[in-house]
Write a protein that binds this ligand. Structure first.
Ligand code: 6R9
Length: 572
């Protein structure tokens, strides 16, 4: 990997902006005629061909603290084995295969295997409840799902609504007698090694992954990505994460989220980097001890985690040797200036904010290593990316610091190609030649971008987007709920948490017990993140004449702000 004098991979940002071409990235990835553009192949076989067969690809620490290491060659063999298994089970290229697993090694091997086969991988959060799972897998007609004994129980409940789902593969099943019906146990480490698998000859436009994301209206939508996305993920990881051959890189994101795939699989492994994966979620002592034990040098995390670490204080930091750290990045929510300043003080390094979305597939605006970080700013557009802030007529605003709609000029390699089965909504995201991100931002005199807020009703809790509609639908399934609305209410740590407004059916009284029962109901059906932290009971909810819930009014009420124009309200 060539670095320039400054010691960073990116070197001069201005030069990179001036000289950027996708062809050059394509060349770096060795994409000559006849070479498959297959992400699964690029992240394993290609790296092995570059002489890194025995390099550690994955350092995996289990919940109990055991450590397993897998080389690029092992990852190549194990992903081959998954590809072959799925092929033998009759899965065809283009078909959707879901992964519903905790952060275990098979998650990574199966993901790469699905891609090698040319099928479309659909990563699911293991925290998803039966309904969240069912809505997504039914939407894409997933034909197979790879899961674990613990999660298979939840999947069983969702299965009656999933007629297309023909194959359930259960990994790490100690006791096969506990499997039900057609579920099949599989252990990649016990299976015969598959030295050669003829990978699907993907082109840059071959579909690769379907990432479900929450929008303003309706149920979550599957953003469809293609194998060519690797060009964006490779080059952004190289220039933004600044990975060098000896780095140990740790992305704390779950692969149920796009970050855990673009920067927890594709980017780093396409560069032949060693990655750490912790099975456990956020536990400050485990996190710090993992950095110390595995000598983590580059760390990609999220503002909520950083704020939680701030809350834990500095004393705990002193108990660990974190001297291996050399570069820190963050994504998912606005990174508040205090967090940047705190990290500089406590770790001796600032967190570098990165902005992007499920739909963009890769980092679009960011602070670069070696460049001045303006605390609170998202940074500048990635080389090769044209960003702008647009006015209400979708024309670029040229005046500095004037907020508007954050937009990007299509296309770019990792741009989503479709919302699964929803062309109309996909097309509605493009206006006047721009992709409209749904965020508001402003650009300062020096070209730095500042996040102003979302331009829609989507709730961002701890970096995870929650669709109000999905919460509202789940609430309505509760026996006591007649009407429901969900909004985000400000929260010190998670930025926002879900708050629900509920009108009860007659015969039900608003009690503490009922409140808890409703909260738990949503937690189980959707996920802990989607669970309302607050429930406010109302006699009826504010609606437009056409019956749409006015979340704007509820948000204003929640914040104690003026309610504004409510002339379209039903009974006003
Ligand atoms: C990768 C990812 C995208 C939305 C995005 C914005 C918010 C992400 C941010 C940020 C402020 C940042 N967001 N990064 N807001 N500063 N650095 O997060 O994808 O789950 O699709 O969320 O998250 O609102 O539009 P996704």
């Amino acid at each position: 990997m060539n670095t320039d004098k400054s010691g960073t991979n990116i070197g001069s940002y201005e030069e990179r902006v001036k000289n950027f071409t996708w062809d050059a990235v394509s060349q770096e990835l060795g994409f000559e005629d006849g070479v498959p553009r297959n992400i699964g192949w690029c992240c394993t076989d290609r790296v092995c061909e570059q002489g890194l067969r025995e390099k550690t690809a994955l350092i995996w620490e289990s919940a109990q603290g055991e450590v397993h290491r897998y080389t690029f060659n092992e990852m190549r063999l194990y992903s081959n084995a998954f590809a072959k298994l799925l092929q033998e089970l009759g899965v065809k290229d283009g078909e959707r295969v879901a992964i519903y697993l905790d952060r275990v090694p098979s998650l990574y091997f199966s993901l790469l295997g699905i891609l090698k086969l040319g099928a479309i991988a659909v990563p699911m959060f293991s925290a998803f409840g039966e309904e969240a799972l069912q809505v997504r897998l039914a939407n894409c007609d997933a034909v197979a799902c790879i899961t674990s004994p613990r999660l298979a129980r939840k999947l069983r409940k969702a299965r009656p609504g999933l007629p297309a789902l023909k194959r359930v593969i259960v990994v790490d099943a100690d006791d096969e007698s506990k499997l039900k019906g057609d579920e099949m146990a599989y252990s990649v480490e016990d299976a015969p090694p598959v030295e050669v698998f003829p990978v699907f000859p993907a082109t840059e436009e071959t579909p690769s992954l379907l990432h479900y994301t929450s929008g303003t209206t309706g149920q979550p939508k599957g953003a469809l990505h293609v194998h060519g996305s690797i060009l964006s993920q490779y080059i952004t990881t190289k220039w933004v994460m600044d990975l060098k051959p000896d780095d140990v890189y740790w992305c704390t994101a779950d692969p149920g989220w796009v970050t855990g795939i673009s920067y927890g699989v594709i980017g780093p492994w396409s560069l032949g980097a060693t990655q750490l994966v912790l099975e456990v979620g956020f536990i400050p002592a485990r996190w710090y001890s993992a950095i110390e034990k595995h000598r983590v040098s580059v760390w990609y995390s999220a503002p909520t985690a950083i704020r939680l670490l701030m809350r834990e204080g500095e004393e705990i930091v002193k108990q660990y040797d974190l001297s291996s750290l050399r570069h820190l990045c963050s994504v998912g929510e606005p990174l508040n200036p205090e967090a940047v300043i705190w990290s500089e003080k406590v770790y001796g390094l600032p967190f570098h904010d990165t902005w992007w979305q499920t739909e963009t597939g890769a980092i679009m605006i960011t602070n670069y290593p070696g460049m001045e970080v303006r605390p609170g700013s998202m940074g500048k557009p990635f080389p090769g990316t044209t960003a702008a802030v647009l006015d209400d007529r979708f024309e670029p605003i040229t005046e500095p610091n004037k907020p508007g709609k954050l937009a990007l000029k299509p296309p770019w390699a990792s741009m989503f190609r479709e919302y699964w089965g929803n062309r109309t909504i996909y097309e509605s995201k493009f206006k006047n030649g721009w992709y409209i991100t749904g965020d508001r931002a402003r650009i300062d005199e020096d070209g730095y971008y500042w996040f102003e807020g979302r331009d829609d009703d989507v709730i961002n809790t701890g970096g995870h987007l929650v669709a109000p509609f999905e919460v509202e639908s789940a609430l309505l399934e509760h026996e006591a709920v007649a009407e429901s609305a969900a909004i985000g209410t400000p929260d010190k740590v998670n930025m926002e948490v879900v708050k629900a407004y509920v009108a009860l059916k007659s015969g039900f009284e608003p009690t503490k017990d009922l409140e808890l029962s409703i909260m738990n109901f949503v937690r189980k059906r959707l996920s802990p993140l989607a669970m309302p932290q607050y429930i406010e009971f109302m006699d009826k909810l504010p609606k437009t004449r056409s019956g749409k819930i006015m979340r704007r009014v509820l948000r204003a009420m929640d914040r104690g702000e003026p309610i504004g124009d409510i002339s379209t309200l039903e009974d006003e």
